[in-house]
Design a protein around this ligand. Structure first.
Ligand code: C2E
Ligand code: MG
Ligand code: MG
Length: 700
């Protein structure tokens, strides 16, 4: 507007003989000249001095008119050369020219001035008119605008979010590079700028394109609305989508869509959730998740009048495996068991690890009670094949306790608790088996728990004692050895036999201290007898758990040292079945004991299915024929030849042979006739308390 006004003045000034017009103060032209919003200066081209100025020029530059008149143009400009060449160029070409230059005010302050110059006729001569506009403010605004635009552009491009701006009709206004990359838009598509095609391309990647489009539509109908939602991609990615209206002058001008790739965060969340609900070692659901599933299953089975089965299982003698082969091997075994359990589960059933070696299986919608037994059989069979860990072939078995819903509990907690009790019972029954819960198990479980607790205190409370049973030479009747047999005298006076507490002590992890007490007490007594001049072999029973305990050999040497017992007079007995659980391990650890000079006896021989090849390799000094054979002598025709064969085999392997459980003269006679070296049994003596044993020894 102002430009046009100024131009009008200039053209007028140019066309008319301006001098008269300007000199006449009441003329319209003077009025126009003075009213102009821009400074107008008329300059003499040869002297480059000011001939005339308007009021606005005085205001702009801070000079009064008479100061202006005759002033050299240089004084106004900081860029003198620029101003001069403008004047000269205009003068030379006679054309209007324009430049921008920095001008000075009277007070020395600077301003940016936009200058248009052209030639005019002035007072009969030609002159140059310049129209000067102070554009300092405009320039500052322009720079500010440019800065904020470039800032905006930089922000747009530097954000990790993909941004898309559309107008009210849905046409794409702008987007950043991140948007293109996140949505994997091909360049052609971007270049074409076809909104519909872009939308199609975007939609095709989503798992739920319908809800994506519904949201877009909804927001077009409600331009003021903001929104935030989650987009799931077919390829597994997740975007968070935000949308805010873009407003211009209080009206909505479109909408900004921003997309944030939160796939990593989602994955982390997922992993954390998985972590919280799964066992880290096996990846199976943990107790928390299992209880949750069980709760649901119970609710569902209640509604549908269905039957559920809950299996509570643990690995037999897991602790021994852990102690013997180390935790890493134990962990691998757990993983293997977990795999075997999951591989045979039906979909919908849950296998969980409770911790340690305990697992739970939930079987939904069981049709008949017999099916539970069938499942249990399947599980036992699945676990039985050997597991090879660190070169060892481990034969692992499990025991299972089973509860059925609704028979054995109305809620998950009761079902688990009763299954645990049934498991206890299964263990009692000899492992590698299952038990379905029966209500009286509760009482028995409690009893067992109390028994275990009092056994725990038995050693410290000096409730354990040893009985001694002599072993005699079959021919001479001389006492050649003594077997120590542990007993537990409870506070109430009851005498508990080892058959009733040894395996419990093994399960409860008490066999270590118990065995150590037995060995130490026996060796102390052995030394006493030795010092008293009795040349006796002292036999001590070992549990296979003891043999497998790390540090067992150290314990033995320590006991030998502290008691002064001669290792050549100490005989350690291991049952045949125990050794055969892991013959290689047996060969190794028994070999070490032999190296210490200790004698090794295989107890209960004939019941443990030894293979002859192992027997040959076992560093054994004595075979103890199991009492079932001895008691069969004279009763069962098959037994005699077997006993004869065992004696012959033992001797051929260079072993000493002893018969257990000899109760009658005819048995004694048979054994003597067939060259059995020693015998032990009620026929000669029952196991005796220490005093009685001493008496027997001294009377002989
Ligand atoms: P074992 O080592 O085979 O001991 C022989 C068992 O047969 C003893 O039973 C003994 O009392 C019994 N016995 C001896 N002679 C006769 C007989 O003529 N007829 C009959 N019917 N039985 C006879 P006990 O003392 O009840 O011990 C049972 C088992 O407990 C032992 O069998 C042994 O395996 C284990 N045991 C005993 N003491 C210890 C111990 O200190 N540590 C470990 N780990 N086990 C032990
Ligand atoms: Mg024995
Ligand atoms: Mg025996």
């Amino acid at each position: 507007m102002r430009d046009r006004q100024a131009l009008a003045i200039v053209t007028t000034v140019h066309r008319l003989s301006t001098a008269d017009a300007l000199q006449s103060s009441d003329s319209d032209y003077r009025g126009l000249f003075e009213a102009a919003h821009d400074a107008i200066l008329i300059v003499d081209p040869s002297s480059e001095t000011v001939l005339e100025v308007n009021q606005r020029a005085c205001e702009m530059y801070g000079f009064v008119r008479h100061e202006f008149l005759g002033m050299r143009l240089d004084l106004l400009s900081e860029e003198v050369e620029k101003s001069r060449s403008l004047i000269r160029e205009t003068a030379r070409g006679g054309l209007s020219t324009s430049i921008e230059a920095v001008h000075l005010r009277r007070d020395g302050s600077k301003m940016l001035v936009d200058i248009h110059s052209s030639v005019i006729n002035y007072q009969g001569d030609w002159a140059i008119v310049t129209i000067n506009r102070d554009i300092t403010e405009r320039e500052r605004t322009r720079i500010e605008l440019e800065t904020s635009l470039s800032l905006l552009q930089a922000t747009l491009e530097s954000t990790a979010d993909g941004l898309l701006v559309v107008d009210t009709s849905g046409k794409i206004v702008t987007f950043n590079q991140q948007f293109v990359e996140m949505w994997r838009l091909p360049n052609e598509l971007v270049d074409q700028g076809n909104d519909a095609e872009v939308l199609d391309f975007v939609r095709d990647q989503l798992l739920q394109p319908q809800s994506f489009l519904a949201k877009v539509r909804q927001l077009y109908q409600d331009p003021e609305a903001e929104s935030q939602d989650l987009l799931r991609f077919k390829d597994g990615r997740f975007f968070e989508r935000y949308s805010k209206p873009q407003r211009l002058g209080g009206k909505s001008a479109g909408r900004v869509w921003s997309f944030r790739d939160i796939t990593e965060r989602k994955k982390a969340e997922e992993a954390t959730r998985h972590h919280a609900y799964h066992d880290h070692l096996t990846g199976l659901p943990n107790r928390m998740l299992f209880e949750d599933r069980l709760r649901h299953a119970v609710a569902q089975a209640t509604r549908g009048h269905q039957m559920l089965a809950l299996f509570f299982l643990d690995i037999d003698r897991f602790k021994t495996i852990n102690d013997t082969f180390g935790h890493a091997a134990g962990d691998r075994l757990l993983v293997e068991v977990a795999e075997r359990l999951t591989s045979r589960k039906r979909s919908g059933d849950t296998v969980a690890r409770l911790g340690g070696d305990e697992f739970l299986i939930l079987v939904n919608n069981l049709r008949r009670v017999e099916d539970a037994a069938r499942v249990a059989q399947g599980v036992l069979e699945a676990i039985r094949p050997a597991v090879v860990i660190e070169g060892h072939e481990l034969h692992v078995t499990t025991s299972i306790g089973i509860t059925l819903f609704p028979h054995d509990g109305a809620d998950g907690e009761t079902l688990v608790k009763n299954a645990d009790i049934a498991l206890y019972r299964a263990k009692d029954q000899g492992r590698d088996g299952y038990q379905i819960y029966a209500p009286d198990m509760n009482a028995r479980a409690l009893e067992k728990l109390m028994f275990e607790n009092s056994l725990r205190r038995a050693i410290d409370a000096h409730e354990l004692l040893l009985h001694y049973q002599p072993q005699v030479d079959t021919t001479s009747g001389q006492i050649t050895g003594v077997e120590t047999l542990v007993r537990w005298r409870k506070k109430n006076g009851e005498l508990v036999m080892p058959g009733d507490f040894i395996s419990l002590a093994e399960d409860a992890g008490l066999i270590g201290p118990l065995g150590e007490w037995v060995l130490e007490t026996a060796c102390t007594q052995g030394r006493v007898w030795h010092d008293a001049g009795f040349n006796l072999r002292l036999a001590v029973n070992l549990s296979v758990h003891q043999l497998q305990r790390p540090g067992f050999l150290d314990t033995v040497s320590r006991v030998l040292e502290t008691t002064g017992m001669d290792p050549h007079c100490l005989e350690l007995e291991v049952t045949e079945s125990a050794v055969m659980q892991d013959p290689e391990q047996g060969i190794r650890s028994l070999g070490k004991l032999r190296e210490m000079g200790i004698l090794i006896a295989i107890d209960d021989f004939g019941t443990g299915h030894s293979s002859l090849s192992y027997l040959r390799r076992l560093p054994v000094t004595t075979l103890k024929i199991d009492q079932t054979f001895v008691s069969g002598l004279g009763q069962d025709d098959d037994v005699g030849p077997i006993v004869k064969a065992i004696i012959a085999m033992g001797h051929s392997l260079g072993m000493h042979v002893l018969a257990e459980g000899v109760e009658r003269e005819d048995q004694h006679a048979f054994l003597r006739a067939h060259g059995c070296d020693d015998m032990q049994g009620y026929y000669f003596s029952r196991p005796l308390a220490l005093d009685a044993m001493n008496e027997l020894l001294h009377n002989r």
